[in-house]
Design a protein around this ligand. Structure first.
Ligand code: NAD
Ligand code: UD1
Length: 339
């Protein structure tokens, strides 16, 4: 298509998969990332997949001069904003860092956009903004709920800020994409999720146990009011999530703030995930039951019908593909981008 897109956080897990899709559709992509949770080796991998290149600017979304230079150098049409910190537990220990990066960083970005006259934005929000008491499935018309950690609160605050911005200036169009649980990797096995240190999230933990980096999985709680006592989540393939951003770009022609759930609409339990991984890969994943993790909700999944109706998007990859692609990435890259 030849449009120019700024992708903040484009070296990260979801960003890198989205950059692949954008390059494959012919967009010119400028990635701004400070690499605080990623590795610039990802760009050679993206080149190998797409045979085209994103421009990489190593820098911080809080750096006004850096943003001004990007907007004056490239004729950016829209911004996809992934950059931010995302570890829930850590956010309670260093809340100021989370509000600095996620809230202040977004303010600086929006100010730079406004100064450059760029008023189309896609924001990475999270199902966590539905809060602790929302009934399932989550629908976009429900009010945001009570968040239980600074990470979740930062996402809810940014949603409100962007909604207010759209109300104040009818030139803005913003998509607030509420992700459910992205897993999997590009089917090439060249890019995938590469958490630093001990993974917080389920799927990277399972695959690191399978590859022999960790001894066993602790399943946090088996006494929840669910089918088998373990928590249920709406897992979607990261390539479907990446497609969702491409679909949302077309919705940016409509002004105002628009919320979309990006999920499959189906909940799966932790035990179902472990069993599926074993069935699909043939690799065992030893596990034991542990106490519940503080802040975990028993079960949630998306009502995904609005994105299907308005964006013509739905998650199409199967659970087996999620498992196969996770394992291809992990087994080909036992130490992630470090080899
Ligand atoms: P990620 O950590 O892999 O990617 C985020 C990227 O942003 C990293 O490359 C990091 O280096 C960069 N970054 C962080 N702060 C920055 C800053 N101040 N300036 C420039 N770059 C910065 O995370 P991800 O899983 O790809 O998530 C992307 C976005 O989606 C995040 O905003 C996250 O909160 C949100 N999200 C993720 C999930 C999930 O399950 N992964 C779920 C819901 C929402
Ligand atoms: C977590 C965050 C959420 C964030 C999302 C994506 C919490 C409380 N929530 O969601 O805000 O948007 O990540 O980054 O951290 N599990 C285990 N053992 C493990 C890891 C996880 O049993 O070692 C279980 C969890 O209890 C949960 C499920 O697996 O039931 C999924 O966990 P996870 O991948 O961390 O995602 P969420 O908790 O849904």
């Amino acid at each position: 298509m030849g449009d120019f897109l700024l992708v903040t956080g484009g070296a990260g897990y979801i960003g890198s998969h989205t950059v692949v899709n954008l390059l494959e559709r012919g967009s010119q992509v400028i990635v701004l990332d400070n690499l605080c949770n990623s590795n610039d080796a990802v760009f050679d991998r993206i080149d190998s997949i797409t045979h085209s290149q994103a421009v990489f600017v190593k820098g911080d979304i809080r750096d006004r001069d850096c943003l001004a230079k990007i907007f004056s150098t490239y004729p950016i049409d829209s911004v996809i904003h992934f950059a931010g910190l995302k570890a829930v537990g850590e956010s309670s220990q260093i809340p100021l860092d989370y509000y600095q990066n996620n809230v202040y960083g977004t303010l600086v970005l929006c100010e730079a956009m406004a100064a450059a006259g760029v008023k189309k934005l896609i924001f990475s929000s999270s199902a966590t903004v539905y809060g602790e008491d929302a009934p399932v499935p989550y629908e976009e018309t429900m009010p945001r709920g009570k968040t239980s950690n600074p990470y979740g609160t930062s996402k809810a605050m940014v949603e409100q800020i962007l909604t207010d911005l759209c109300a104040s200036d009818p030139e803005w169009s913003v998509a607030l994409l509420r992700y459910f649980n992205p897993i999997g990797a590009h089917p090439s096995g060249l890019i995938g999720e590469d958490p630093k240190g001990i993974p917080n999230n389920l799927m990277p933990f399972i695959s690191q146990v399978a590859v022999g980096k960790r001894k066993e999985l602790s399943i946090f709680g088996n006494d929840y009011p669910t089918s088998d006592g373990t928590c249920e989540r709406d897992y979607l393939h990261v390539m479907d999530l990446a497609d969702g951003h491409v679909s949302a770009l077309s919705a940016l022609d409509e002004k105002g703030a628009h919320i979309y759930n990006l999920g499959t609409g189906k909940g799966l339990s932790v035990l179902e995930m472990v069993e599926s991984f074993k069935r699909v890969t043939g690799v065992d994943v030893p596990y034991s039951f542990a106490d519940r993790r503080e802040g975990d909700l028993p079960a949630f999944w998306a009502d995904a019908s609005k994105a299907e109706k308005e964006l013509d998007w739905s998650a199409t990859r199967t659970l087996d593909e999620m498992m196969e692609d996770t394992w291809r990435w992990q087994s080909n890259n036992p130490n992630g981008y470090d080899g």
